[in-house]
Design a protein around this ligand. Structure first.
Ligand SMILES: N[C@@H](CCC(=O)N[C@@H](CS)C(=O)NCC(=O)O)C(=O)O
Length: 233
């Protein structure tokens, strides 16, 4: 157990969401690089923290926490920031879309990025072609929520969900590195686009840009990262 928050990360991985939120909350934390080039996430030491071998893990005074949304909710509730509180009428709607982001959008994104985990590699491009229209529909749905500007999707005061979505939109624009990204246009989701523009001006985003080499416009016009250490894939 650690008293210090310790983020196990690889540049531009799902750990980026957690880094952004830790920065936005102004919490002190240490970051520990997971070297993906040697698949350190599969090693015994990392599997002790996350038996699934997935990044991120946040070590906390309550032990290691994995699953991006679980870490986000833990941070929001523990530090009373960046999400409607338990007795807030907005809590239910917020939770609904946080879980949608995690168990539907993020899960479908993994199919786009790692199709060979789900199917014979020869059929990977067919699977990718099948998942893209589904992702597009998810984004349309989220944009219609953002249009109503609930507090947890507002461009002015980011919630944990705002940063989670911003990272996923970033990844859709640039990954897979060898794939076709022409299906994705941020302009198709103007309310989400506005939200992303506002995030780029924030100190938290600037800190993440420096730490992970994300480039000047990591959300609205992302490019492949040039991290000072480690590799994204
Ligand atoms: N459901 C997990 C997904 C995390 C995830 O997909 N992590 C990727 C990096 S973005 C990973 O660890 N990939 C390495 C691998 O699959 O071996 C979460 O929400 O934390």
């Amino acid at each position: 157990m650690t008293e210090t928050l310790r983020l196990h990360y690889a540049p531009d991985n799902a750990s980026l969401v957690i880094r952004l939120v830790l920065e936005e909350m102004g919490l002190p934390y240490e970051s520990v690089l997971i070297d993906r080039s040697v698949r350190e996430q599969d090693g015994a030491a990392y599997r002790k923290l996350n038996p699934n071998g997935l990044i991120p893990v946040l070590e906390t005074p309550q032990g290691p926490i994995f699953e991006t949304a679980a870490i986000l909710l833990w941070l929001a509730d523990t530090y009373g920031q960046m999400a409607p509180a338990v007795n807030d009428p907005e809590r239910g709607p917020f939770l609904k879309w946080l879980f949608f982001a995690s168990n539907t959008l993020h899960a479908d994104l993994r199919i786009l990025f790692y199709p060979y985990v789900y199917i014979d590699p020869e059929q990977a491009e067919t699977l990718r072609a099948g998942i893209r229209p589904r992702l597009h529909r998810h984004l349309q749905l989220l944009d219609s929520q953002a249009a109503a500007a609930p507090s947890w999707l507002s461009p002015d005061s980011p919630s944990v969900l705002t940063y989670y979505l911003a990272c996923m939109l970033r990844w859709m624009a640039i990954y897979p590195s060898d794939g076709d990204q022409s299906w994705f246009r941020l302009t198709d989701t103007p309310y989400l686009q506005r939200m992303l523009g506002a995030l780029e001006a924030r100190d938290a985003t600037q800190a993440a840009i420096t730490a992970e080499g994300l480039g000047a416009t990591p959300f609205t016009s992302p490019t492949h990262p040039t991290p000072p250490e480690g590799s994204a894939t």
